[in-house]
Ligand binder design. Sequence first.
Ligand code: NAP
Length: 257
Amino acid sequence: MFTSISGRSVLVTGGTKGIGKGLAAGFAAEGAKVVITGRDAELGERTAAGLTAAGGTVWYAAGDVSDPASCAAVVAAARERHGGLDVLCCNAGIFPAAPLDEMTPAQLEDVLSVNLKGTIFMVQAALQALQESGHGRVIVTSSITGPVTGFTGWTAYGASKAGQLGFIRSAALELARSGITINAILPGNIATEGLDELGEDYLRSMEAAIPMRHLGSVADIANAALFFATDEAAYITGQTLVIDGGQIIPESLEAMG
Ligand code: NAP
């Protein structure tokens, strides 16, 4: 039914590992031409080579979303490589924890620069190309943390992820007449390299808090992104989709039964 992804040019920020790598793999499997970006060039080249070996068309361009010039360069690389840009996945993100009474201005700036400003810089950099596409799509990886839930130590992260939703709603209005849609996915706890770094205790406590009793997979996120990118989703913009195995539903642990 959803055939419109094949041949589309897709750019995934933070596509070198974790959810972004899963997004790249999902789009590549549907025949899209994908550029992934991230700061670690060695990892980026390795990821692109692996996804290409698996049958995809995936290319790595070095980039830092917190730098507007770097965002412009990555978009230019995708256009040159694949003849345009149809889908932008704003997925790059960092999630360092810092309690409020210890958080430094530099730590706050880092999180906002990558997660929030980085999303806005990328959309600005891609605007012209997405307009030229005629069916431009922006898919933002937000989170349940911030927009829906809270977590001690993640005030800056939660603010950045809620900020992304404030951004997409007004952006949706500005982009609507160009046929560009912008939507956000709110993952719960998804098994990734980044989450692994939070440790076994964190992972086990999350599994216990999820009604489905297991973490999500990167493919769970990619499947939703693929839908937002299709022609069939052309009338959906400024919206959010929670993908969390039911994690935000229970009022208490007892409520899970
Ligand atoms: P991850 O495994 O740590 O991967 C993060 C990716 O972002 C890497 O490719 C990283 O590459 C890239 N990145 C970080 N800073 C960057 C920058 N300044 N410019 C460009 N790329 C940058 O993280 P993940 O778990 O997949 O998370 C991906 C996104 O999903 C984030 O936005 C995160 O907030 C969101 N999310 C994740 C979960 C989860 O359970 N995993 C839940 C909710 C939301 P380099 O470090 O080489 O740049």
